[in-house]
Design a protein around this ligand. Structure first.
Ligand SMILES: Cc1cc2nc3c(=O)[nH]c(=O)nc-3n(C[C@H](O)[C@H](O)[C@H](O)COP(=O)(O)OP(=O)(O)OC[C@H]3O[C@@H](n4cnc5c(N)ncnc54)[C@H](O)[C@@H]3O)c2cc1C
Ligand code: FES
Length: 263
């Protein structure tokens, strides 16, 4: 895996796509040229003391020809609120690319990506980089106004299914139900998942029960982003039924579904 660097890159553009969800395009030959799907950047959101710790955001897509990458983020609190105020031309202090990334072996000919809410963002990178023949995308949102990147996911996949919890767009219900409907007939070689913990739990159960390989992207609050501060510890299975602490930033954020221990 390539060494992460501290970079001072230029914001090319920033736009609000929907309710408090922003897309930022950042100029960076280093990240565009080296990042793999599932990696993230750790961003210093301001020069002052309002948000001291960097904030981790997944790389959503890269433009290797033009040397830029996209991140999408939801304005949640202080850090992402300050990030949303950035303007084209501003410098962005970024540490990256960080984390291990998804395994995209060419032997995975039939894949599914399943994401919930802001967890969908790293999965677009998976679709764009995977050489699979069949790529089925399953995206779940709470409600219609939070649906983003529909066209991008449609272009990157063989089929796209969307659900909303309240039925205001796509099918009514949880996206995991559609994955469960298809999981046996589709014979996926690999499932890639990212989203809220209850969603991940259902995906992992379905994959493990049907003996289908699955990689999940885990979220934890972070500090340093590279294994030095121990803020991001999570439990993972080890052999003989035991468990250990792993670091989401360094050992992850991508884990094999059989290793993940969700509490
Ligand atoms: C590897 C990784 C990749 C991520 N990728 C993205 C992305 O692509 N787009 C995106 O919008 N967000 C992403 N996040 C989440 C993002 O980092 C947090 O939303 C952000 O740090 C919140 O900072 P804040 O200062 O705006 O909010 P804060 O004021 O710090 O927190 C606001 C609320 O968000 C919750 N929160 C903060 N950090 C996290 C976290 N890591 N996991 C779960 N809840 C959290 C807090 O508990 C609080 O309720 C990612 C997180 C990780 C660990
Ligand atoms: S964020 Fe510091 S060890 Fe993971």
């Amino acid at each position: 895996m390539i060494q992460p660097k501290q970079l001072e890159d230029r914001v090319i553009s920033i736009e609000e796509l929907t309710d408090e969800i922003y897309r930022m395009t950042v100029e960076s030959e280093y990240i565009a040229g080296n990042a793999v799907a599932g990696q993230f950047v750790n961003i210093k959101c301001c020069d002052g003391t309002q948000a001291l710790l960097r904030r981790p955001i997944s790389i959503c897509s890269v433009d290797r020809c033009n040397g830029s990458y996209d991140i999408l983020f939801q304005k949640k609190g202080g850090g992402t609120g300050l990030l949303a105020l950035k303007k084209p031309g501003d410098r962005l202090d970024v540490l990256g690319p960080l984390g291990n990334g998804f395994g995209l072996d060419v032997k995975y000919g039939r894949i599914a990506v399943i994401g919930g809410g802001i967890g969908i963002f790293p999965l677009l990178f998976v679709l764009n980089e995977s050489r699979a023949v069949t790529k089925r995308a399953y995206l779940g949102f709470r409600t219609r106004k939070l649906v983003v990147l529909e066209n991008e996911f449609k272009a990157g996949s063989s089929t796209l299914e969307i659900t909303t919890d309240d039925g205001s767009y796509g099918e009514h219900g949880f996206i995991t139900d559609l994955l469960k409907r298809d999981i046996l007939s589709e014979k996926f070689d690999m499932i890639y998942a990212c989203g809220p913990t209850p969603m991940l739990r259902k995906v992992i159960e379905a994959a493990n029960e049907n003996d289908i390989r699955c990689q999940v992207s885990m979220e934890q609050r972070m500090g340093c982003g590279f294994g030095a501060c121990l803020v991001c510890a999570c439990k993972t299975h080890v052999e003989n039924g035991d468990w250990q602490y792993s670091h989401v930033c360094k050992d992850g954020p991508i884990f094999d579904s059989r290793a993940v221990l969700l509490e």
